[in-house]
Structures are given as C-alpha cells and as structure tokens.
Ligand binder design. Sequence first.
Ligand code: 6PG
Length: 251
Amino acid sequence: MEGIVTNPEIVIVPDPQELAREAAQRFAGLVGDAAASRGRFSVALSGGSTPEALYRLLAEEPYREQIPWDKVHLFWGDERCVPPDDPGSNYWLASDVLMGQVPIPAGNIHRVPGELEPDAAARAYERDLNDYFCGPRTRFDLVLLGIGSDGHTASLFPGSTSLWETKHLVLAVEAHYENRPASRVTLTLPAINSARHVWFLVTGSAKAGIVQAVLKGGGENLPAQQICPTAGVLTWLLDAGAAGKLAQSRG
Ligand code: 6PG
C-alpha cells in the first residue's frame, strides 16, 4: 500500500458549475504546458457522473478552440466491462459529450476494450499504455478521479487485493457499487501515483462524510487515501457541498 499525502492542494468552489469551470481552466493550462514542453498531453479520464460537466465544458468555447486537441491523448482511469456503445460505459459518456464534439484524432483515443473478457481487456489496455509510454511505466500528465461513498476511486475498492498490486499497471476487478456494472478494469496505484498531476473532482453534500474521512485521516486506509503521487501534485477540487464537513473537523 502507498503512503498518505499530508498536504494536498484543496480547492473549494461554490457549486458544481463553478467546479467544472475551475477544472476546465486548469485542464487547458496543463495541456498548454505539456504541449509546449513535451509535444503531447496524456490524461486518464474518470468515470461516474461527476466529471460530465467538465467534459461538456471542454467541448464548448473557448476550450474547444483553445486546446490543441491533436496533442491530447485520452485514456481512462477505469472502465466497466460493457461494450463502448453501452450507457454504462465510461467511454460512452466521454464520447457522447466530449470526443464527438472536438477535433481529436481517433488515434489519440486510447479506450479500454470493455467488450472483451475482463483479463483480456486489461492486458490489451496495458499493452496500449506500454506503447504510448514506451515501456512498463506510466507518467500521465493528469489523472482525473472521483470518489465513491465507500472511499473507492477509479475501480480500486476497499479490501480489494488490487490495492497491493505492484507489477501490473492495469487489472480486471469485480466490485459491486450501486447498480453499476460489477466487472471492471482499473489502473493500479503505481499507474496513478506516477502521474504529474492527480485531481479528485467531488461534488455534493452526499460526499461530505467520505471527503472528511479521507482528508482528515478518519478512514481505515481507504483506497482514495492511497492516492499519493510519488513525483507529482495531488489536488482536491471540491464544491461547497462536498467540502461541507472539512471546516467542522478543523475545530
Ligand atoms: C466508475 C468511476 C468511479 C467513480 C465514483 C464516483 O467507473 O464508476 O471511475 O470511481 O468516479 O464511483 O462516481 P460519481 O461521480 O458518479 O459519484
């Protein structure tokens, strides 16, 4: 298991719309820096409902025009093992509100082949990562993450042996959460924690308890507490609802 970040950057904004705006501005900034210094930008997108507002905003002006989409490579932090045209697919969400709206080359879209058998999908995705990063180690420019009410992130769930994985960048896992597909493929902690930037995007008072537990160390080694970039920056982008219990615990 990885260490705990003691002082992540915590950004609190009033509401989900403002959170999407803050994230979009920062996203465009990171793309610009990476394109200028490395000629390309790699991001692992998050699934779930929270990032949808950000993806929609990136497809609108000024970001649609401002971002050099030919330099942007899209990956996923996790995927549900369903076909890409299934509404339960994280790829489907992003393709519907983002990829179909911006001039990103098809070759820059590195989706998890969720239609394959889970282990085969994980191995295929890992090969794609190895090709892109020219070897067995990843160094994403940005990894976007959400958090579940149980403290899971990507598809790394409490008590799962996947939290101890040190060899593979990608694993197939089974996890039951709400009524979402249980068979999933996820980046592992080493693949996430080697990123230059890792962002948690969290909205709504329903998440205030888990945010407090993770950031105030109440949780018993929750997966979200294992997100600890080894040579990168961890940022929590929260709306007032999700940050609602942080002030309390400051006492
Ligand atoms: C997934 C996600 C998962 C998600 C959390 C939060 O595929 O389900 O990657 O980790 O980020 O479950 O989901 P919401 O944003 O919908 O609350």
